[in-house]
Design a protein around this ligand. Structure first.
Ligand SMILES: O=C(O)Cc1cc(O)ccc1O
Ligand SMILES: [Fe+2]
Length: 434
């Protein structure tokens, strides 16, 4: 059992929280002396001059400033990769993978060791694109603490429960929830009650925001109030720690004489947050035709091209299907945007076999795809009564940039090299007659 945590609610709010009374300065951010002899340190994840609506920064009040640390040295190479991947082909094939196995009970794998990159796009140093990783772990990170300078990390847990210690406080995260850790925030992950597994979108581009609602109005989709931020929590621990930083596609380590989780109070809008996907207010057709999946966008990382995301995070949650005279599952299509999908639980309406929880699929820029043959047959002949589509939770990272699988993803035996055969049964029905 884990203790209940308290959270602050509201996407991108200027939150304020203190673990000791009056640790937060009043009326200013950087007084000559901070209460409790703390240090003031600003943490910025947008340029100082970013417009107010996009500006993100938090003032932290900590036992030591972050610079009280040793120097960085290279850390070992792992399966964690970064875009652009040089010398690696990006074949346009439809691709699908079985889930990464959970770590064996006889071995002890922490979050950092269990990270494997499946695909990347864009260029981390140009702050475009993303890395798509899978994690699987069964042990705590001990005195190791991780952060990425290359991107903010959107976690999509698929299996198990974890406690996440961050500089801004603790979060508990379970399958069916998501969490975003801003670029640069230090964290440590501890599996609770067994192994954990999930997906990560390391977003090199602009920070995730909520999509516009347009004519839908002031409510619906993901509502701001359902995004939960941690309350300040700190430990005053003077034992050696190791900081592991992903920077420009490489890992570095640096020694620290103490725990970096020493923020006693903070105020600002840049901090980790989590969201329960069950809170998503699903909006869909109540008449005919299958709408585009953009109606299911939870978070979007915009690019400089309006409406053309660096990456959209889209979910396919349980919902009523009521469309009349309509082919109800996802349609056949070719798309300039590239689509990477995962399955959190149950099954997905376009693929009844082969796409299994923890698995992944990739349909790249203009690669044709759609319902598998048996789904097409069944949905073309189904009686269209209202139907509750349950036991399902899929998601998609959809990006304007082609998504290149890593060497690992191309060659792993987890890859279903016969994936294309699921469309084998698509035959000609045309006979020239109506
Ligand atoms: O390819 C997919 O399964 C994702 C998807 C779902 C949908 O409902 C419509 C278009 C689309 O790309
Ligand atoms: Fe698609």
């Amino acid at each position: 059992m884990v203790n209940q945590l308290t959270y602050l609610s509201g996407f991108n709010n200027e939150h304020e929280t203190e673990a000791l009374p009056n640790a937060l300065p009043k009326g200013q951010f950087s007084p000559q002396k901070v209460n409790y002899k703390l240090y003031a340190e600003q943490f910025s994840t947008s340029a100082f001059t970013a417009p107010r609506a996009e500006n993100r920064r938090t003032w932290t009040y900590r036992i030591r400033p972050s610079v009280a640390m040793g120097d960085f040295s290279p850390y070992k190479n792992t399966q964690l990769k970064t875009g652009p991947q040089s010398n690696s082909p990006c074949p346009p094939n439809v691709m699908r993978w079985n889930p990464l196995p959970l770590p064996n009970e006889s071995s002890s794998i922490d979050f950092i060791e269990g990270l494997v990159t499946i695909a990347t796009n864009g260029d981390a140093n140009q702050q475009t694109g993303m890395g798509i990783h899978c994690y699987s772990a069964n042990s705590a990170m001990g005195n190791r603490v991780f952060y990425s300078s290359d991107g903010e990390m959107l976690f999509v847990p698929q299996h198990g429960n974890m406690e996440v210690k961050t500089e801004f406080g603790k979060l508990h995260l379970s399958a069916g929830e998501i969490m975003v850790i801003p670029r640069g925030v230090r964290f440590s992950i501890t599996p609770i009650d067994g192994a954990i597994r999930g997906y990560i979108c390391e977003n090199y581009g602009q920070s995730f925001v909520l999509p516009e609602r347009g004519p839908v109005g002031a409510n619906g989709f993901a509502n701001q109030r359902d995004f939960l931020y941690p309350t300040a929590w700190f430990e005053d621990v003077d034992t050696p720690h190791v900081i592991i930083n992903k920077f420009c596609g490489h890992l570095y380590q640096a020694p620290l004489s103490h725990s970096p989780f020493d923020v006693v109070a903070w105020v600002g809008n840049s901090a980790p947050y989590k969201y329960d996907l069950k809170s998503f207010n699903v909006i869909n057709t109540v008449s005919f035709d299958h709408p585009d999946p953009s109606i299911f966008t939870v978070l979007t990382s915009p690019s400089e091209l309006e409406g053309t995301a660096n990456v959209d995070f889209v979910i396919f949650p349980p919902r009523w299907m009521v469309a009349e005279n309509t082919f109800r599952p996802p349609y056949f299509h070719r798309n300039v945007m590239s689509e990477f999908m995962g399955l959190i639980e149950g099954s997905y309406d376009a693929k009844e076999k082969g796409f299994i929880p923890g698995g992944m699929s990739l349909h790249n820029c203009f690669t044709p795809h759609g319902p598998e043959a048996s789904v097409f047959e069944a949905a073309s002949n189904a009686e269209l009564t209202p139907q509750k589509y349950e036991n399902t939770l899929a998601f998609m990272f959809e990006s304007r940039f082609p998504i290149a699988p890593t060497e690992f993803a191309l060659s792993t035996p987890l890859r279903q090299t016969d994936y294309i055969d699921c469309w084998n049964g698509i035959t000609k029905h045309f006979d020239g007659k109506m």
